[in-house]
Design a protein around this ligand. Structure first.
Ligand code: SF4
Length: 627
């Protein structure tokens, strides 16, 4: 078929009466399905029952994955799919509702992956007339998809091959519409680096390698432009409601805007939870003087925001010192940590330059920093030599070597090709004895919180639906560090805490709402106020949001179970259980003994209604109506 052929949508056979969602506020009523192999484009509704049970975003995407992705599928083969789904609030006038979810099989963990992004693409997709987009198959040559309302075109992308993410997006805007929104991969995605990300403006689908899945399909980018607006059920009442919340929204936005997530450097350093040197240690009263908010302000250029967001939590910083002077990047805490203290680097200029590099190559900054940190430890322990590295020194803190290695990974050159497989897979090529130094759960590295200093976080990492993650697994920092509601070194009660955090995050990710604005809008954890959702949708979601969150988490668990996950996979790296860290002036060594960890896990399974093998019981599934 000719590349320039314009494809118009074919309405697929409409399901049985009453299953469409076009009559519900906040939903358009159809999902776009694009098959790259066949160059076929069609639409279909999301069944109403799925909306009632899983709402949207992560929940509905997981439900589609459950139906369509075989547990035996190879993530980089053409039968994997990229399932992008918005939530009912995405693109509405409710502030901070630019979120949408991507679900696929991860080439990094070889399992279910959910990853979300803010930005502008999700709202634009909805304005073009779609609640979501499912990409299937594999193009015969480099391609990008151009969606303009009901028109969908397959465009040639050979001229964009190996272009950086910023250049790709601007070239596509010139070729399509300067106001279109573009998501794309960089050279790392095209080279199938297993932790390549999908980038759109300054936001990414970061963790787990969705960018490599896109690269395996020879799909360089997707551009969208929509000319409709998102209809809600009670527009005037919604405006009135938002007016009553205005002072809370403004206050929350003002507090968070100042430093975004970068305030966490100071918090984590004060509490001794900030991991350094591949989790061999944590910083305590050390990082704040070098990377804390007072230091960050010297590099500050501007705040960056997503769709309809008064907060603008993104922080665009500019490097001041040679050889990085003038390089800019948008930073958050996890990026600063992974390409900073985790690699022994405590200086903003190289960190900004490193974040800029991973963004332009299109790689997840957390996994990139993690893989380099792992390699630095192996170098210092003598498992890797300079001769393996084109002659450079890879000790912790050597930021010049860190830059070289980022490029080598993205271009799959030399030792970079080994690390491009992700730390866990690379350990297989480096000899079995080094696998004990990989700090991961289910193939996904731990993030910037040391579970020895806040042990509820260890349970959250171990039981997160996508491998170690403080978002999907539940961030226990509010309870364990900020309000001291839970003793951070105690096991008791952590099962219930982590379950609540996970279920909460599952419904937030399904609304299409950024988590940072949830409280002022009434979505307060375990006791959410449903009014805004009802005004948007006109639907009374039976059972409430916590039940929807719990249903989503259980659905994800049975997906993981069928992909081979058992209790043995809900575990933490040996280092966390056997090597102590000092987190405060007492000088005490803290680690999480295996028996303590197992008792937390037992409590968690009990709270969840799962067997002691980590499988949801039939009673639990029945009570939640799964699938
Ligand atoms: S708070 Fe930050 S991540 Fe959330 S919508 Fe606003 S700018 Fe985006």
């Amino acid at each position: 078929m000719d590349y320039n052929t314009r494809h118009f949508l074919i309405e697929s056979k409409r399901p049985e009466e009453g299953s469409a969602t076009d009559s519900i506020g906040g939903y358009v009523g159809k999902v776009l399905r694009v098959n790259l192999t066949e160059r076929e484009v069609k639409t279909h509704p999301i069944p109403k029952e799925w909306i009632r049970k899983y709402m949207g975003g992560r929940g509905v995407a997981a439900r589609i994955y459950f139906e369509e992705i075989s547990p035996h599928l190879e993530p980089l083969q053409s039968d994997n799919k990229l399932i992008f789904i918005t939530g009912p609030l995405t693109g509405t006038i409710v502030p901070c509702c630019g979120k949408y979810e991507c679900v696929t099989k991860s080439p990094l963990t070889n399992r279910y992956l959910c990853t979300n992004a803010s930005g502008f693409f999700g709202p634009e997709l909805k304005k073009a007339g779609y609640d979501g987009l499912i990409v299937e198959g594999k193009a015969k040559e480099p391609t990008y998809i151009w969606i303009k309302d009901e028109s969908v075109e397959f465009k040639p992308a050979a001229h964009l091959s190996y272009k950086a993410t910023t250049e790709t997006q601007s070239m596509i805007k010139k070729e399509t519409d300067p106001t279109s929104k573009v998501m794309c991969i960089g050279p790392a995605g095209e080279r199938l680096v297993r932790f390549a990300c999908i980038q759109s403006d300054h936001r990414t689908f970061g963790r787990g390698g969705a960018g490599a899945v896109m690269g395996s399909k020879q799909l360089k980018a997707i551009a969208v432009k929509g000319n409709s607006s998102v209809k809600v059920s009670e527009p005037e009442k919604l405006k009135d409601k938002l007016r009553t919340l205005l002072s809370d929204i403004t206050a929350a936005a003002r507090d968070y805007r100042k430093h975004g997530t970068l305030y966490i450097v100071d918090l984590a350093d004060e509490k001794g939870t900030l991991p350094s040197r591949n989790f061999q240690t944590v910083t305590y009263n050390f990082a704040a003087d070098r990377l804390g908010v007072k230091v960050m302000e010297k590099y500050f250029v501007s705040h960056t925001a997503c769709y309809n967001c008064p907060t603008a939590c993104g922080k665009l910083l500019e490097a001041k010192d040679p050889p990085y002077k003038g390089i800019r990047a948008d930073l958050d805490y996890e990026l600063v940590w992974a390409l900073g203290p985790l690699c022994g680097v405590f200086d903003y200029s190289p960190i900004i330059a490193a974040v800029n590099l991973v963004d332009q190559y299109g790689m997840d900054g957390i996994e990139t920093g993690y893989a380099i940190s792992f390699a630095m430890e192996l170098y210092e322990k003598g498992f890797i030599r300079e001769t393996d590295l084109d002659g450079f020194d890879l000790r912790f803190g050597n930021h010049e070597s860190m830059m070289k290695l980022i490029k080598m990974i993205a271009e799959r050159r030399g030792f970079g090709d080994v690390l491009a497989e992700g730390a866990l897979r690379s350990s297989g090529r480096l000899g079995n004895t080094v696998s004990k130094y990989v700090m991961h759960v289910k193939g996904l590295p731990l993030t910037g919180w040391d579970p020895r200093a806040m042990i509820g976080m260890g349970l959250a990492f171990a039981t997160s639906s996508r491998g170690a993650c403080h978002n999907v697994g539940g961030w226990t920092g509010r309870d364990e560090l900020l309000i001291n509601e839970a003793d951070r070194f105690a096991t008791k009660g952590k099962g219930g805490l982590v379950k609540t955090l996970q279920d909460t995050r599952a419904y937030i990710d399904s609304l299409g709402l950024c988590t940072y604005m949830r409280s002022p809008l009434g979505f307060k954890g375990a006791k959410p106020d449903m009014e805004i959702l009802q005004l948007v949708t006109g639907v009374d979601f039976e059972g409430g949001l916590m039940e929807i969150g719990e249903r989503i988490y259980n659905l994800e668990r049975i997906i993981l179970n069928r992909e081979g996950v058992t209790r043995a996979d809900d575990d933490l790296p040996q280092r966390i259980k056997s090597e102590g860290i000092v987190v405060d002036d007492t000088g005490l060594q803290h680690f999480l003994k295996d028996e303590e960890f197992q008792s937390m896990l037992d409590e968690y399974y009990k709270e969840r209604g799962w067997s002691l093998d980590g499988v949801p019981t039939q009673n639990k599934l029945k009570s939640l109506g799964i699938p």
